[in-house]
Design a protein around this ligand. Structure first.
Ligand SMILES: [Fe+2]
Length: 302
């Protein structure tokens, strides 16, 4: 499902895997031993199977945005949880978060930013993110799952791809003209409606409700985490008028303002929930019981 919803298209994802295969084949023995062979099959290394305590039929799952030792303890306490599914990267997935960010180059290119500029600016940002997650305690959560014998996986970018595709299709169908209309459109989505109840609904970070949207780009929903702040100027040159994202840093906001790009923040946990829900609907149809936790808003679409 993640590949089908991918901005690069199935063909683009296959090309990425083929390139990794070619790189692998050129490696010497030492390099091959150090290479994570999962990269040859899984285009989303920020997602994966982290621990299998028991390979059993899955009837009941605990699903959360951030799985930490507390959530694993909770699964144990609730009992009969066959599998814990986290959204945000953990374990090896967290160490490999930067790997999925090259997807953003293709998304930017899709919206008209020349690929050389997207790749050039993303390269330094990808390295920055890789260094940024390096210090983390990657094993802590996996260790807890092992000790408490809980099956544990996480699905990040495939779900974010589903959310991006959903929002892109909706916006292209409804064609909001001004920012106020775009916000109203987002506010009709149940996950954002729920988020509004706690003050975390869609918000304008740059621009006014009367501003015209221009070309709306979904460049900040999928692809790991925030891209380079230097990109806004290039995006403006490429004819992008409005960016819809999950979250935005102050530095990014400042750069967007200078480039006269409107920024609409749909919401972080609510957008994450949207993507997860589109995937979980398939599981629920197969009779799997879902227990939401850790901020995840479960909405069933039939
Ligand atoms: Fe997220």
């Amino acid at each position: 499902m993640g590949i089908k919803a991918d901005f690069r298209g199935e063909e683009g994802v296959r090309k990425l895997l083929d390139n990794k295969k070619k790189q692998y084949e050129k490696m010497d023995e030492k390099e091959k031993n150090e290479f994570d062979r999962e990269a040859l099959e899984n285009p989303y290394l920020d997602s994966g199977i982290h621990y299998i305590a028991e390979d059993k039929e899955i009837k009941k799952i605990l699903v959360g945005i951030d799985i930490e030792p507390a959530e694993i303890l909770m699964a144990k306490e609730l009992g009969n949880i066959d599998l814990i599914i986290g959204h945000h990267p953990l374990g090896k997935g967290l160490a490999h978060l930067a790997d999925v960010m090259s997807l953003q180059c293709d998304v930017l290119n899709y919206y008209g930013v020349p690929i050389n500029i997207a790749e050039g600016l993303m390269r330094e940002r990808i390295e920055e993110v890789a260094r940024g997650v390096n210090w983390r305690n990657h094993r802590r959560i996996i260790d807890t799952a092992e000790l408490l014998k809980q099956n544990l996986i996480n699905i990040h970018t495939p779900c974010d791809n589903l959310a991006a595709k959903f929002l892109k299709d909706l916006i292209e169908e409804k064609k909001p003209e001004i920012i106020g209309e775009l916000i109203d459109l987002l506010k009709e989505i149940p996950e954002y409606k729920e988020a509004m109840k706690i003050g975390a609904g869609p918000k304008i970070f740059v621009g006014t409700p009367e501003n015209r949207c221009g070309k709306i780009a979904l460049t900040e929903i999928t692809g790991g985490t925030e891209g380079s702040p230097k990109l806004y100027e290039k995006m403006a040159n490429a004819g992008i008028g409005t960016v819809v994202g999950m979250h935005v840093s102050e530095e990014h906001k400042k750069q967007a303002e200078e480039a006269h790009i409107n920024v609409v923040i749909a919401g972080h946990i609510s957008s994450d929930s949207l993507g997860i829900n589109l995937f979980l609907d398939k599981l629920e149809k197969q009779g799997i019981e879902i227990i939401p936790c850790s901020g995840f808003i479960r909405i069933l679409r039939s």
